[in-house]
Design a protein around this ligand. Sequence first.
Ligand code: GLP
Length: 260
Amino acid sequence: MEVVIVPDAVAGGELIAETIAALLTRKPGALLGVATGSTPLPVYEALAAKAASGAVDVSRARICQLDEYVGLPAGHPESYRSVVLREVVRPLGLGEDAFMGPDGAAGDIAAACAEYDRALAEAGGVDLQLLGIGTDGHIGFNEPCSSLASRTRIKTLTRQTRQDNARFFDSPEEVPHHVITQGIGTILEARHLVLLATGEAKAEAVALAVEGPLAAVVPASALQLHPHATVVVDEAAASGLKLAGYFRDTYAAKPDWQAI
Ligand code: GLP
């Protein structure tokens, strides 16, 4: 695992957008897994700016969702489908045909989950999966004690996650209890995992995920199992890391030819 400590969220967004741009230059039809929440927005802004300036051609990129609420009415502005279309797909000038996600309104949720895992595999697998981290250490919506081998499935949100996400809804009660999320096993199949965390509120979860034991109680610790995982943190989110000095030295001494 590589840990990169950046000065702030904008610098983190720029670094990850550069990485995605390099991937799309190498592989124009790459499948990009995107996360929701506030943290990844600087990535999407920086990538859209690169696309608009012609620094990268994103016209063949494909975008896939990490997770979704269950039971929101079709077209609800806070369904993750709506969020990803609004924040990622349209700003990149892509159409809905370039986008895939699980169906949170399906009559048969279990079948929709299995279908999404199949669709990801048939699409050739995710090339780069961008992740955020919940204050309880979740990735996607894999709450503490999710199986490290889990596949896409329905999960129940913790009270803490429902509270954390209440800011997106008119009232806290509107946050759904149930969600569909790519499983940890599904996420680990992506070729490159990039987790971005910013702000003091994420410091404890980041320290446990990066330096703590591999444990289902901290789902993000599963990144320790992945051969190509990059954790990008700002100073505040890095504040609980015992090895921060080592991570800084390593990044400063990184050979020019080696990307994150
Ligand atoms: C939600 C999403 C996660 C995201 C997390 C953190 O729970 N399902 O993918 O990482 O929120 O969100 P934020 O970046 O807004 O703190």
